[in-house]
Ligand binder design. Structure first.
Ligand SMILES: *Cc1c(COP(=O)(O)O)cnc(C)c1O
Length: 405
């Protein structure tokens, strides 16, 4: 008889967002007259901008003619997009990144989940707590995380770096040295950002200890403060210790069209001098047949002057929502953070309520949906995530309802 991968069986419980959906559906069935306002969504709501739509149309038309039809894309990405990213993203930051170090993909979720494959089965992983669940779950699937303790919500072989109000939602350098360190800034779920000086300390630590940092920069377009880096490659020495994962989802609304990329400098090697870049290229070649031509043309259009202007307007729209939530809740006496360099607001529940009790209260008394902080890790207990991805009107109404609680 066949046996399934036993590591997959270790994954605990039901997925956070399906539990939320179930509770919201039950509430809506009991109260069909009530308008539920969703501040739990981690998805954009505004349509693709006109510059992107134009690029999509013209790429579709190219596919209709024998002269311009394209089949398989190169598995590492088209040069037009890799060159554009080098010039429009990394050169203005003063970061030394070459086009052939950029691997185009179908998004940051798959890259952040798959990247662990090219490291040894016994590498030790460090993650922030709370954290985007993909990092831990994919390491569970690969059998690296030891045993799960349902009482604490922790895996025995993972190094957790709590991010709480006490440390300003900044991870501290771990005592036990990890091999792989996952960092995500601006952060989902806390909305916290890291300064360039603080990120430089992580890069120095990684270079000192031989660790690799996997840097998820999915929210870099939301950065509004000048001392917050847009890329880990703004730090000196990062070419020797860092991998950066980027996405078009949150910066240009590609959640449904799918496009992302991962940057692996050629100078990044393991202890024996094996090139990480080469292995990722090999993996792409074997397991990925390239992101669609049409979508890569759309991605290129994001960096045109119109594309930049239009996507910045979309981000400004979401960040206006973020500012409204932040100010509204703060004036109502809630302790809130984030929302300045990220579309996420992290609030503490009132009176030390558990995250799920507050979820139920907010849903039942205000008809507002958010995400319980404990769903992102044990240190998220007592916290709650609200997102700025809704419409302005709904955001304003939701904040008024929370204030009236
Ligand atoms: C949304 C999100 C992603 C997913 O990006 P896709 O490109 O849509 O797969 C990656 N990382 C974080 C932290 C996210 O919140």
């Amino acid at each position: 008889m066949v046996r399934v991968n036993q590591d997959y069986l270790k994954l605990p419980g039901s997925y956070l967002f399906s539990t939320i959906a179930k509770k919201v559906n039950e509430f809506q069935q009991e109260h069909p007259e009530k308008k539920v306002l969703r501040l739990g969504i981690g998805d954009v709501t505004q349509p693709l901008c006109p510059a992107v739509i134009r690029a999509l149309h013209s790429a579709v038309d190219e596919m209709a003619s024998p002269e311009t039809f394209r089949g398989y894309a190169p598995d590492l990405g088209y040069d037009f997009l890799r060159n554009t990213i080098t010039e429009k993203v990394y050169r203005p930051l003063g970061a030394e990144i070459y086009a052939d170090e950029i691997f185009i993909s179908d998004g940051a979720k798959s890259d952040s989940g798959n990247i662990q494959e090219i490291f040894a089965a016994d590498v030790k992983v460090a993650v922030c707590d709370p954290v985007y669940p993909v990092y831990v779950d994919t390491n569970v699937m690969s059998g690296r995380t030891g045993t799960y303790d349902p009482a604490t919500g922790l895996w025995s072989n993972v190094i957790y770096m709590p991010c709480t109000r006490e440390n300003g939602y900044q991870p501290e350098l771990p005592g036990e040295v990890p091999d792989l360190i996952y960092l995500c800034f601006p952060n989902n779920p806390t909305g916290a950002a890291i300064t360039k000086a603080a990120l430089q300390e992580w890069v120095d630590y990684a270079n000192r200890s031989g660790a690799v940092i996997i840097y998820d920069a999915a929210y870099e377009a939301y950065i509004s403060e000048p001392d917050v880096p847009h890329s880990i490659f703004e730090c000196s020495g990062a070419r020797d210790c860092a991998i950066e994962i980027r996405s078009f989802s949150k910066n240009a609304g590609f959640t449904g069209t799918r496009l992302g990329y991962t940057v692996i400098p050629k100078s990044l090697t393991d202890a024996e001098g094996n090139s990480v870049h080469k292995l990722w290229a090999r993996r792409h070649g074997t397991k990925f047949n390239g992101a669609p031509y049409i979508i890569q043309r759309a991605g290129e259009a994001v960096y045109s002057d119109e594309g930049q202007k239009e996507t910045r307007e979309q981000i400004a729209y979401y960040m206006k929502n973020a500012a409204y939530i932040l100010e509204g809740l703060r004036s109502a006496g809630y302790r809130v953070s984030g929302g300045v360099n990220a579309p996420y607001i992290w609030m503490e529940t009132p009176d030390g309520m558990s995250s799920w009790d507050f979820f139920d209260l907010l849903l039942n008394r205000a008809g507002v949906v958010g995400t319980p902080g404990s769903g992102f890790g044990p240190s998220g207990e007592g916290c709650f995530r609200l997102t700025a991805f809704g419409t302005y009107e709904n955001t304003v109404e939701a904040v008024e309802r929370i204030k009236a609680l």
